[in-house]
Write a new protein. Structure first.
Length: 351
């Protein structure tokens, strides 16, 4: 009887513990009591999907800032382009109207041209190379970005490699397979030029218009990380994905320089620490999340093709680099050489 009583008590404890664990913490970073001298940190971004890695990154950053400042900075997030396009949000950050945003690198290049160096096709060919480059070139880019856009890079998000998604009777393996297809490409001169180097037909269609454009046959496809392809339900209107590694979709976490300079030194350090740790967290989280999206793509019946030899793609794309140097800045070629030197040091460290 004692044994039965003990087991009954243990079961009751487990049930009670489980119920307690399911109870949300009443004092998380969004609901802690307000303070009279709190500094409001407005974070704005373009997406309104909980599954996006940009959302994950920005929430993580906000939480860490709140923790490391002991609630002296209170984050408030405005998702779903409530405050405008990514370019408009960057302009608001310059003015100090909002304090944090997370634009796509290709969109940020519209106001900070030096960021175009990161969009050179086949600059990197692995996620590890890309992460190393971002870590080591950001100190060089930082003063330029502050001058160009009035914002400071404090961290990075990586959504994944941009793969072709499309409708076609046969899979894309070579540039010749791509040429007959009209593909949606972001309105960035380097990305558009890359498609032209492959003799393809790029169409700069807005992201929020892409589903209907695919549905109506205005374009046959586009390129994006698998999370965006499946998360946006493009699998309903396309049938194929071809995997390649010509460019990776990244989003810098940027803070208003005007706001940053108004903070006390300990708060500045808290913001920088939150940015560093958010970067580390996303780099751990993103590959696991991406594996889930590939399984969903297969389950949805999307035909996935590995491009067996990317050499023809790389050779054509890199041959056009000199056409893009002026888009990076007056020293675009020198900045490109700096990026290549960083990547060479990475390769040497792996030998």
């Amino acid at each position: 009887m004692k044994t039965i009583a003990k087991l009954t008590a243990l079961a009751a404890l487990i049930i009670a513990t489980g119920a307690h664990a399911a109870t949300p913490n009443p004092f998380d970073w969004q609901s802690v009591p307000r303070k009279d001298d709190q500094i409001t940190m407005r974070l704005a971004h373009s997406l309104n999907m909980e599954w996006s890695s940009q959302t994950v990154a920005l929430k993580r950053f906000a939480e860490l800032v709140a923790i490391y400042t002991d609630n002296r900075i209170r984050p408030v997030i405005f998702p779903g382009s409530q405050l405008g396009s990514e370019k408009e949000m960057l302009q608001q950050a310059r003015q100090g109207v909002i304090q944090v945003t997370i634009p796509a690198t290709n969109n940020m290049a519209q106001v900070a041209p030096s960021m175009n160096v990161l969009l050179l096709p086949y600059l990197t060919q692995s996620t590890e190379e890309s992460n190393y480059l971002l870590d080591h070139i950001t100190p060089t880019l930082q003063p330029r970005v502050i001058e160009e856009a009035g914002v400071r890079i404090v961290g990075w998000e990586n959504t994944g490699w941009r793969h072709f998604f499309y409708n076609a009777p046969e899979p894309i393996q070579t540039p010749a397979d791509l040429a007959p297809l009209k593909m949606r490409v972001p309105p960035n001169a380097i990305m558009l030029g890359t498609y032209k180097s492959w003799d393809a037909s790029p169409a700069p269609i807005a992201w929020n218009e892409l589903y209907s454009a695919l549905q109506q046959g205005v374009v046959e496809g586009g390129d994006s990380p698998v999370s965006d392809i499946i998360g946006m339900k493009f699998d309903e209107v396309i049938g194929r994905i071809s995997r390649l590694h010509y460019t990776i979709l990244t989003h810098p976490i940027v803070v208003s320089e005007r706001w940053y300079q108004s903070l006390e030194p300990d708060l500045q350090e808290a913001v920088l620490r939150a940015g560093r740790e958010t970067t580390e967290y996303v780099r751990w989280w993103q590959p696991q999340d991406e594996a889930r999206w590939w399984k969903q793509a297969e389950a949805a019946g999307v035909k996935i093709t590995e491009i067996e030899d990317e050499t023809p793609w790389l050779e054509k794309a890199r041959a056009a680099w000199p056409d893009y140097y002026h888009l990076i800045g007056e020293d675009g070629e020198e900045l490109t050489k700096k990026a290549m030197e960083i990547l060479e040091s990475y390769k040497a460290s792996k030998q």
